[in-house]
Design a protein around this ligand. Structure first.
Ligand SMILES: C[S@@+](CC[C@H](N)C(=O)[O-])C[C@H]1O[C@@H](n2cnc3c(N)ncnc32)[C@H](O)[C@@H]1O
Length: 213
């Protein structure tokens, strides 16, 4: 028999008890992440049936599945280096957001059209060193912002995962010049003990964000 570590035992116990994990399994959803997006969408009215959407950090596909149903007449581009479970109509791009080839692939799909919504659930590989992990998380926020600044239409929206810690308050404040309304929120489906939050920015003003260094 395979021997499991204490931490993987704890993870399994937590998964079994977790309300949203059970709901995801019972509802046939790819992951509990589905409920985070559903809650953000219900509160901020992010997704419409004809929305053009860029989804960053899409694997394994919980959000993708939600978006395919809610924006069935729109356009969905989903990016992740890991495999994404998606419908045929979805433009799944295998690669890292922020890389030139991925940007080019998005440009080709959009063919001069702009986006209504940029979503990011990207998360860094956790090293366990808090300052390093926070810096990586802030880099991912910048990558998502770069996407929004490049392809979002005026009045468009952005909702991205971030982690509470060094740099986030200042980052949030800076977005207020670029969007009409900026808010930090934590959906109920996000684990209370995690530092994960979401930044929702509505009403893009069309101002270019600073270049990624
Ligand atoms: C929390 S998971 C996303 C879960 C997904 N939203 C769902 O509902 O199934 C985070 C994902 O971010 C991806 N990721 C991390 N850095 C990335 C990057 N630079 N570009 C694209 N995806 C990235 C990881 O590969 C991972 O699949």
């Amino acid at each position: 028999m395979v021997k499991r570590s204490k931490s993987s035992d704890r993870w399994l116990q937590r998964q079994r008890k977790d309300y949203f994990v059970r709901q995801a399994q019972e509802g046939g959803h790819v992951s509990r992440a589905h409920f985070k997006l559903e809650q953000l969408d219900q509160r901020f009215k992010l997704v419409r049936s004809r929305s053009r959407i860029l989804e960053l950090g899409a694997a394994p596909g919980g959000w993708t599945h939600y978006l395919e149903q809610r924006a069935s007449q729109g356009l969905l581009i989903a990016v992740d280096p890991l495999p994404i479970t998606s419908a045929e109509a979805t433009h799944a791009i295998s690669g890292l957001a922020g890389e030139a080839e991925v940007d080019d692939a998005i440009d080709r799909i959009l063919d001069n059209r702009s986006l209504d919504l940029v979503l990011s659930d990207m998360a860094p590989n956790i090293s366990g060193v808090r300052t390093v992990d926070q810096a990586r998380a802030m880099d991912l926020a910048d990558i998502a912002l770069h996407g929004a600044s490049k392809w979002l239409r005026r009045g468009g929206s952005m909702a991205i995962k971030a982690f509470q810690g060094e740099g986030l308050e200042a980052w949030l404040k800076a977005r207020k010049t670029e969007f009409e309304r900026v808010q930090m929120t934590k959906p109920k489906a996000s684990r209370p003990e995690s530092r994960e939050v979401f930044i929702v920015a509505l009403g893009f003003k069309g101002v270019e964000a600073p270049e990624i260094e």
